[in-house]
Design a protein around this ligand. Structure first.
Ligand SMILES: [Zn+2]
Ligand SMILES: [Zn+2]
Length: 450
C-alpha cells in the first residue's frame, strides 16, 4: 500500500500506465483509496469558464479529436495536447489518490554556507515573510542577481513544516541546473526532477522541481508552488500550462514567482514584490549596442557572411573569447553554420530538439568549441564565463524585449569577467530593442543611486 500511496499522492495518472498491476489499482478503487475519473469530461473544473464542453481531465484542453475507437467500439474523443504523456480518451480513466495522506517529513538539513548580498538578503527576508503569511510574492531579480540562493531559507522553512513544495519552470535546462543545487543544499530531502524523459521515481518527494508541462500530472498536490522564469516561453504562450500550475497546487496554496523579466500583468497581479536591480557581483548590467546589419538573411541565403558579422566573430576567435550568436530561426541558423565554419571548423549550432544540447554548452564552457550558434533556447539558464554575445536579426518578432534582456543577461555573469560585448545586429531598430535597452539602463540607474 505504501508504494502506491507514495506514488499517487498529489498525482493524476492514467490508470493503465502506473508502475503497478491493474489488479492492485482495482483493489484500491474498491477500498475507496483510489478515485477513478473519466479521461474526457464536460466542464468538470470551474477554472474553465465555457460551459458544457468536453475537455481533457488532465490538461483542460477542449480541442478534442473524435475517432472511431477500437477499444470502446464507438465514436470516442482523445486529447492531442497532452498525448506525449499517454493518450487520454473518453474511454480511458485517470486516477487520483483519495486514501490516507502521506506524512511529509519535518526533518530536513539545510546545508548552505554561502552569503547573500544586502539586496539578496532583503529579498530573501521579504519572500520568507510572504511565505509565512501565505501571500503570493514576486522576486524580480535582474539576470545574474543570484535568485536561486535567496529561495533557500523560504523553502527550508516550508519543508520543516512538512509542506510539499514545487519549483516549476518552463525550461528543462533550468530543471537540470536547479535539481543538483537543491539536492546539495537539502541533502536529506527527497527531491525529484521531472521533465520529459526523466527517469521515473515511484517514491514520495517532498520537493519537486519540474517543468510546467510535467505539472499536468499533478492534482491538488502542492502546498506551495514557486514558478521560476514565469514569463519564459512557452509558459506565457500556453494557457494549458498556466492552468497546470493552478491545478497542481492545493486549492488554498500560494504561488510565488521569480523572474528577471516579469510581464506587466504579473506585476499588477502580485502585491508583494522584491526588486533586485543589482547583480550579485555589484557590476552593472551590460547595455546592448545596436549595429545595422542590412539584409543579413539575404546575405546568408547567398552563402555570404556580412563583413561586420565576420569581423565580430574573428575578433572573438583571435582573442580566444567564447561567444554565442543568436538567430531568429533554426533555418537561418543552419544556413549560416557552414559560413561560420569557414572561420573556424569547430563552431557548431544548437537548437531545442538537439539531443547534444547540454554537451555542446558544456564544450563551450570548457573551451573545447570556440563559439555556438543558437536559437532563443539558450536565452536563459546558462552561464559561460567571459562569453560575448551577438544577436543576428534582433529586430525579428521572436526577440521580444524580455528575450533580449535574458540574452543580454548571459554576458558578464561571473565575478572574474563582469563585462563583455553585447551587440544587437539588426535590419532596423525595433520597439522591443529600444525597450530592452531602456529597461537595462533603468536597472543600472537604480543600482548607481540606491
Ligand atoms: Zn489533455
Ligand atoms: Zn474509446
Amino acid at each position: 500500500m505504501k508504494e502506491v500511496q507514495e506514488f499517487l499522492s498529489g498525482r493524476i495518472w492514467l490508470k493503465e500506465e502506473t508502475p503497478f498491476p491493474l489488479t492492485v489499482i482495482d483493489m484500491f478503487i474498491r477500498k475507496g483509496f483510489i478515485t477513478p475519473h473519466k479521461g474526457i469530461q464536460s466542464n468538470y473544473n470551474s477554472l474553465i469558464s465555457q460551459k458544457e464542453k468536453n475537455q481533457c481531465r488532465r490538461c483542460g484542453n477542449k480541442k478534442l479529436i473524435t475517432f472511431q475507437c477500437a477499444k470502446c467500439n464507438g465514436p470516442c474523443q482523445y486529447c492531442r495536447h497532452c498525448i506525449r504523456m499517454g493518450r487520454v480518451s473518453s474511454c480511458t480513466e485517470l486516477i487520483t489518490w483519495s486514501g490516507p495522506l502521506v506524512e511529509s517529513s519535518s526533518q530536513h538539513t539545510f546545508n548552505w554556507t554561502g552569503t547573500l548580498t544586502v539586496l539578496q538578503a532583503k529579498a530573501s527576508r521579504e519572500l520568507l515573510h510572504s511565505v509565512l503569511t501565505n501571500q503570493s510574492h514576486l522576486v524580480h531579480a535582474v539576470c545574474g542577481a543570484g535568485k536561486t540562493e535567496l529561495l533557500f531559507p523560504a523553502i527550508f522553512e516550508l519543508l520543516t513544516h512538512g509542506q510539499r513544495v514545487c519549483i516549476a519552470t518552463p525550461r528543462t535546462d533550468v530543471v537540470l541546473e536547479l535539481a543538483p543545487r537543491f539536492q546539495q543544499v537539502f541533502p536529506n530531502t527527497v527531491i525529484h526532477a521531472l521533465y520529459g524523459g526523466a527517469p521515473e521515481n515511484t517514491n514520495y518527494a517532498q520537493l519537486i522541481i519540474a517543468t510546467t508541462h510535467q505539472l499536468l500530472r499533478f492534482e491538488e498536490g502542492f502546498d506551495v508552488v514557486f514558478v521560476d522564469e514565469a514569463d519564459a516561453f512557452p509558459f506565457t504562450m500556453d494557457e494549458a500550462l498556466q492552468y497546470a500550475v493552478q491545478k497542481a497546487k492545493k486549492q488554498q496554496a500560494v504561488v510565488h514567482y521569480i523572474t528577471a523579466t516579469p510581464s506587466d500583468e504579473l506585476v499588477q497581479q502580485v502585491k508583494n514584490i522584491s526588486l533586485i536591480s543589482e547583480r550579485f557581483h555589484g557590476f552593472s548590467l551590460p547595455v546592448p549596442r545596436f549595429d545595422g546589419l542590412w539584409n543579413y538573411s539575404k546575405h546568408i541565403k547567398k552563402e555570404k557572411l556580412s563583413p561586420k558579422l565576420q569581423k565580430w566573430t574573428q575578433q572573438c576567435l583571435d582573442n580566444k573569447l567564447p561567444f554565442l550568436v543568436f538567430f531568429p530561426t533554426i533555418e537561418l541558423m543552419e544556413q549560416a553554420t557552414p559560413l561560420f565554419q569557414r572561420l573556424h571548423k569547430e563552431i557548431v549550432s544548437v537548437h531545442a530538439e538537439d539531443a547534444e544540447r547540454k554537451l555542446k554548452v558544456l564544450k563551450l564552457r570548457e573551451k573545447k568549441v570556440p563559439g555556438l550558434l543558437t536559437t532563443t533556447i539558450l536565452e536563459r539558464g546558462i552561464t559561460i564565463p567571459n562569453v560575448q554575445v551577438a544577436v543576428v536579426g534582433a529586430d525579428e518578432a521572436i526577440f521580444t524585449s524580455s528575450a533580449l534582456i535574458q540574452i543580454g543577461g548571459r554576458v558578464g555573469r561571473s565575478i572574474e569577467y563582469p563585462t563583455g560585448d553585447l551587440v544587437f545586429f539588426h535590419h532596423g531598430i525595433s520597439f522591443e530593442m529600444d525597450q530592452a535597452k531602456s529597461i537595462i539602463r533603468a536597472h543600472n540607474a537604480k543600482r548607481e543611486k540606491p
